[in-house]
Write a protein that binds this ligand. Structure first.
Ligand code: IVH
Length: 667
């Protein structure tokens, strides 16, 4: 491969990984499975290893991510929350053990092997035995202070019991939701016509970040603790001792862990864990193997990305075999035709699966999937199950190849396939399935959040002809609503009130809800901030759009094309005529944007201002605040005890200022 094409791929991969990080951490809406993410990450690491000169200091080669959201105060961990290197291969695991033993100059290092819990990472602080704080991982350095919500988790004791309790200790673990609770919450949402959560992890992540404590209290979250952050004075000397001590203190701990010496014993423990983990209360996606002795951990230390003394061994996704009864075609809101396998229900990773995606026409042809086949399905990362393989040896003799439809099964329009795309589409904007999909998306929790306007209600409204585009929702009257199935006076009034209230949503929600190609929640937020209005966005040029951070060329042209379409413009006009009045994010007034175009990073303790206050000040003056120092940083605002960011700023020649200078500049 030439250097130019490698560079292109590196840039692409970095951008893709960043997008997936945001979807995973910030939006709790992952689009790809963990395994696919890990594959992209490995590809990038390989390319960067070949071209060290292209590895910029701030390249996101690890799922560093940032789970912080608006509405919570940031809090800096006393010790950073690190990530783990991971592998799916036994050879790589043995290579890890060999490295550790070489580094320590020992034969037969002692490890602990414990479950890797697939939850939401959190750090609990106890001071003199009293629970004082819960902070999410955030970007590893600082996270969201979710103490108030965490107080509602029954499994977190207010006080530690027993003895040898340190003055201050950060205890790391994972918040998760049990399967039954996940199903209970989703069943209620389904009855209320609300969009369902994809998996327990996303629901747990969404719940701990809710701003309404009453709502948090209605859902049961759980927690399991396994890790040590800052601890003063130190009271344990190994990971195995620490697990036992956590239990003594009355904290919920991992259901099993193993102490193992050398690679073979450790491997046996990993295999044992794999046979037991389905019976655990929390979802697990691997084993974490850690050097047991804390002293030895210190000897090996960490790279910039992860400790050298630990590794995660990820288990391959769980699979099951079942019969494929039929193949149906779903038409999504963007017109894409997705083939779906209707399966004989089968248990997989704790849930019953009766449908799986077959992705697209090409994928289907490649696998030659047919009705009546026996197939292997897989649920990696517990998103949507997929058909991975056909058991051709079990295929009935009279089976016939599936013929992908030439016309849309919903409206009969001839389908098309754009060059360079695998997706087959129906281009009829009035196609009933698309209309339904767009309306469901518009009303959903991630967009306008109109309670009561779920799948079943949309279905009825569309089939009765009461609505054919999103603006029609605002023309519904009482008679039309009360005559819907299962509706009575009160529910009809509630739905109309929810529709009315949605006229004043935050702007990004409306932008997301419009269904502009490529514009998800994250991009919608960036666009709302940058343009402050739908019309303003509609007038933006391609050049202006690509200038924005996080908006690539594809998204930019999607936006331009969307607003060029007269039908879309008519719908937007109708929305505003109906009284749509979204709230734009606060922007500095004319003349106050003295810091416009400047990017700041804040570090250390400032003499008078809290970090959030400094951030708010900078943003109110049109400046941007970023979490990490890079060549693009204009100023580092450094307070007392500024650490690595200061060193990095100095090495990059970034200007370092103090609080007083910031205040002066903001005048
Ligand atoms: S140890 C320095 N142990 O996995 C070591 N992490 O992929 C840091 N995780 O950020 C982590 N179960 O949120 C550790 N038994 C376990 C774990 C575990 C789940 C999470 C943790 C970490 C991520 C890394």
């Amino acid at each position: 491969m030439s250097k130019a094409s490698d560079l292109k791929r590196i840039t692409e991969l970095r951008r893709e990984l960043k997008r997936h990080d945001e979807l995973y951490y910030r939006d709790a809406q992952p689009e790809i499975e963990d395994r696919e993410y890990d594959r992209l990450k490995a590809e990038l690491a390989e390319l960067e290893a070949v071209h060290p000169e292209l590895s910029l200091i701030d390249s996101p080669t690890v799922r560093v991510g940032d789970d912080r959201v608006e509405g919570f105060a940031s809090y800096q961990h006393h010790l950073p929350m690190q990530s783990l290197d991971n592998t799916y291969s036994q050879d790589e695991f043995f290579a890890f053990v060999a490295r550790v033993e070489k580094g320590l100059e020992v034969d037969g290092a002692r490890f602990t092997v414990e479950p890797k819990i697939d939850g939401v990472a959190v750090s609990l602080t106890y001071e003199n035995g009293a629970f004082v704080r819960a902070v999410t991982r955030g970007n590893g350095i600082e996270g969201d202070d979710v103490t108030e919500n965490a107080r509602l988790i029954k499994a977190i004791p207010k006080r530690l019991k027993g003895d040898s309790i340190p003055e201050i200790i950060e205890i790391r673990g994972e918040i998760y939701m049990r399967n039954e609770e996940f199903e209970r919450v989703n069943a209620l949402r389904s009855e209320a016509g609300l969009e369902l959560f994809k998996n327990p992890r996303n629901l747990a992540a969404g719940t701990i970040k809710m701003l309404d404590r009453v709502e948090v209290g209605k859902r049961q979250l759980d927690i399991v603790l396994y890790g040590l952050g800052y601890c003063q004075p130190s009271v344990v000397s190994s990971q195995s001792e620490y697990h036992r001590r956590l239990g003594d203190w009355g904290l919920p701990v991992v259901e099993a862990f193993w102490e193992a010496t050398g690679p073979e014993e450790a491997w046996q423990a990993i295999e044992k864990l794999d046979t037991l983990r389905n019976g655990f209360e929390y979802p697990t996606d691997g084993a974490v193997i850690k050097l047991d002795s804390f002293d030895q951990q210190d000897v090996l230390g960490a790279t910039s990305k992860a400790p050298r003394w630990a590794i995660a061994f990820k288990f391959a996704a769980e699979q099951a075999e079942t019969k494929l009864n039929a193949i149906t075609i779903q038409v999504g809101r963007t017109g894409v035709l997705t083939p779906v396998a209707e399966l004989e229900p089968v248990q997989l990773a704790g849930t019953t699966v009766s449908r799986a995606t077959l992705h697209n026409r090409e994928e289907m042809a490649r696998k030659d999937v047919r009705a009546g086949d026996f197939v292997v399905i897989e649920k990696a990362g517990e998103i949507i199950p997929a058909v991975v393989r056909v058991l051709t040896e079990k295929r009935p003799a009279d089976s016939e190849a599936f013929v992908f439809p030439e016309t849309c099964p919903s409206c009969g329009t001839e389908v098309t396939q754009l060059e360079g795309e695998v997706a087959v589409r129906c281009v009829n904007i009035e196609c009933p399935d698309q209309v339904r999909g767009r309306l469901e998306h518009f009303a959903s929790r991630q967009c306008m959040d109109i309670e009561g306007l779920g799948v079943a209600v949309v279905e009825q409204l569309v089939s009765r002809g009461s609505v054919s585009n999103i603006s029609d929702i605002y023309r519904l009257d009482y008679e039309q609503v009360v005559s819907l199935d299962k509706f009575a006076e009160k529910s009809a009034r509630n739905l109309l009130a929810a529709i009315e209230a949605s006229k004043r949503v935050e702007l990004w929600r409306l932008l997301h809800g419009l269904g502009i190609p490529q514009v998800g929640a994250a991009a919608a937020k960036d666009l709302a901030k940058a343009f402050g209005g739908v019309r303003e966005l509609g007038e933006a040029s391609l050049e202006k759009l690509v200038e924005l951070d996080g908006i690539g060329e594809k998204t930019a042209s999607g936006i331009v094309a969307y607003f060029q379409d007269e039908r879309n413009r008519a719908i937007i006009d109708a929305l505003f005529e109906a009284g749509m009045n979204p709230k734009a994010p606060e922007r500095p007034k004319e003349g106050e944007a003295v810091l416009a175009g400047k990017t700041f990073v804040i570090t250390g303790t400032l003499p008078t201002m809290k970090r959030d206050e400094a951030k708010a000040l900078i943003e109110s003056k049109g400046g941007k605040v970023s979490g990490s120092v890079s060549k693009k940083t204009d100023f580092l605002v450094a307070g007392e005890a500024a650490g690595s960011k200061l060193t990095k700023a100095e090495s990059l020649g970034v200007k370092v200022i103090d609080e007083a200078t910031l205040l002066e500049m903001s005048q």
